[in-house]
Design a binder for this molecule. Structure first.
Ligand SMILES: C[S@@+](CC[C@H](N)C(=O)[O-])C[C@H]1O[C@@H](n2cnc3c(N)ncnc32)[C@H](O)[C@@H]1O
Length: 284
């Protein structure tokens, strides 16, 4: 059965989250939900897709009934093809919606001054930030090391009728791409980056945020136009909003205006699910 409906976070607690897209209910890990669930067990037992983590990394889904196919979830005014992945992802990180709205306000303010905005989206995954910025009128360069993720993002662009927008789709290691763009003398008005804790480029290049955060931000700095805005987020233990603010000042200069915050998704049963941190750095 196909579905095209709003993505909803129904409940979270006891280390799990319960999410709905139309008739499909997903029960998967939310390690940061240390509090008890608000909804009764009977609601959680209705979940049709339950993710089971493996202690070797990744995991698998138990499907009670049919496995969802061609699942389309709507979030933040965009449609996303969703797919339960072995790692327990669905294909969107809904907590970024507030960042997309802030970037859109930045694009709109520039456009009111008659300025175009060129946005660079690094570690761009299934393209939520890319599509949101393109929809707001920006030119976007979308970079991800995974061929599958870039194909997924392009199919999301098509789904939203945005395939004719000025989007460059780049399948590459972000570090290698940043170095190439610097050699070409390219500049961007806004950069969005959501690096993983640990990742690999297409040639197996190992990336760890703990050891490479400063190097990555310094490479971003080389591409920033005057007055540029950077949205740097992550989901890495130890990286708090204050840590991100310190990193932003170290990389972009003490005269940049850096404001850190927590990322979260509103929960229908009450409260929020905190999911990572973000800093917005505005250069002079
Ligand atoms: C945490 S997800 C980003 C989530 C995304 N910002 C969103 O809101 O949907 C991490 C992404 O980084 C990509 N990635 C990991 N290491 C990379 C690297 N060295 N260069 C480029 N992309 C990388 C992965 O393929 C994955 O799509």
């Amino acid at each position: 059965m196909d579905a095209s409906a709003d993505y909803l976070l129904l409940d979270c607690g006891d280390g799990r989250r319960l999410e709905a897209v139309g008739p499909w209910l997903f029960d998967r890990q939310a390690a940061q939900a240390f509090w008890p669930r608000r909804l009764p067990d009977s609601e959680w037992q209705r979940a049709s897709c339950v993710h089971v983590r493996s202690d070797k990394g990744g995991g698998h889904w138990d499907f009670h009934g049919q496995e969802p196919s061609e699942l389309i979830g709507r979030h933040a005014g965009l449609a996303f093809r969703l797919r339960p992945t072995p790692f327990g992802h669905l294909g969107i990180f809904p907590e970024h919606a507030d960042t997309w709205a802030r970037l859109n306000a930045f694009i709109a303010a520039r456009s009111a001054r008659g300025l175009e905005t060129e946005v660079l989206n690094l570690f761009a995954y299934t393209g939520g930030g890319t599509l949101s910025a393109a929809n707001a009128g920006a030119k976007v360069c979308h970079v991800d090391a995974s061929k599958g993720a870039v194909a997924w993002a392009r199919s999301n662009a098509e789904l939203n009728g945005l395939n004719d927008k000025p989007i460059r789709w780049i399948e590459d290691d972000c570090g290698a791409f940043l170095a190439r763009e610097a050699r070409r003398g390219r500049h961007y008005d806004a950069v969005m980056l959501d690096p993983p804790t640990y990742g690999r480029g297409p040639k197996g290049e190992v990336f760890t945020l703990e050891t490479q955060a400063m190097e990555l931000l310094a490479a971003v700095r080389a591409l920033l136009a005057p007055g540029a805005s950077v949205f740097f987020s992550c989901h890495t233990p130890g990286f708090t909003p204050l840590v991100l603010e310190q990193l932003a000042h170290a990389a972009f200069g003490s005269d940049c205006k850096a404001t850190g915050r927590e990322l979260f998704t509103d929960c229908r049963s009450g409260g929020v699910l905190p999911s990572g941190v973000c800093v917005e750095a505005l250069l002079p």
